[in-house]
Design a binder for this molecule. Structure first.
Ligand code: NAI
Length: 213
């Protein structure tokens, strides 16, 4: 099935399948039934069959799924071997933590540059990469042609930077700044991350549990 005919909700679940199948592979599991996978992933077996039927005949009656084959196919769909050139904008607390702790390569990206506006930070080395001044962005992008940008800058600075980046060929934003990029840049891919929202969801659940017992 062509990639663009896979629904958004299935795409959202693919990284989780990929992660679980990787863990199974690392523990030496070669095949798994949809029932076992559903128990592990807390999804229904029919949901799993439906999802995985979207992209390949990996499931076989009486055999289950070939773990390595299915993981490879999901990785191919996600594009983990594409190694998209990536830059981080903002080398403050968050930008540094992301540069140091996210394994970009295993997620289909390769970190090529880190930029900041503060001359006290430029020149510092983070994840073996020297932080460049934001004034070098245009030249760097012409030379290295990054396509993914991770935004770790204050909200107020985001629009101007995003406009520049789109003009320079950035096609996808991993957006940690609390600024809505999609309103102006509908032609680029945006993945917004709000850790605070995740905590609020947990707060709700914690309160439900406390209130109910
Ligand atoms: P920080 O103040 O430590 O770092 C921000 C960095 O951006 C600074 O080094 C600053 O010099 C740089 N910067 C500012 N304007 C710039 C520009 N025009 N070009 C290049 N660099 C520029 O802040 P922190 O803690 O790293 O957070 C960064 C942003 O991410 C904040 O807006 C914060 O609200 C947000 N944030 C979002 C989270 C989320 O889950 N989405 C979680 C934590 C922070």
């Amino acid at each position: 099935m062509p990639k663009n005919s896979i629904s958004e909700s299935v795409i959202k679940r693919l990284p989780r399948y990929y992660r679980f199948l990787g863990e199974l592979m690392n523990s030496g599991v070669e095949r798994i039934s949809s029932g076992q996978l559903s128990e592990l992933m807390k999804l229904t077996a029919s949901q799993i069959r439906q999802d995985l039927n979207c992209f390949g005949g990996f499931g076989q009656q009486g055999y289950g799924y070939n773990v390595a084959g299915l993981r490879e196919e999901i990785g191919r769909i996600l594009g983990v071997d594409r190694q998209l050139p990536t830059i981080i904008i903002g080398a403050g607390n968050l930008g540094k933590a992301i540069a140091a702790h996210i394994n970009f390569e295993t997620r289909g990206c390769v970190l090529k540059g880190i930029f900041d506006i503060d001359p006290k930070i430029t020149g510092e080395t983070v994840a073996d990469i020297a932080v460049r001044h934001i004034d070098e962005l245009e030249k760097f992008c012409r030379d290295k042609k990054p396509v993914v940008a991770v935004l770790c800058i204050p909200k107020a600075a985001t629009q101007e930077i995003a406009d520049r980046l789109v003009d320079l060929g950035i096609r996808a934003f991993w957006n940690f700044s609390h600024y809505d990029l999609s309103a102006k840049h509908s032609s680029v891919a945006v993945e917004n991350v709000h850790l605070g929202d995740s905590l609020l969801t947990l707060t709700y659940r914690a309160n439900q549990m406390t209130d109910n017992g």
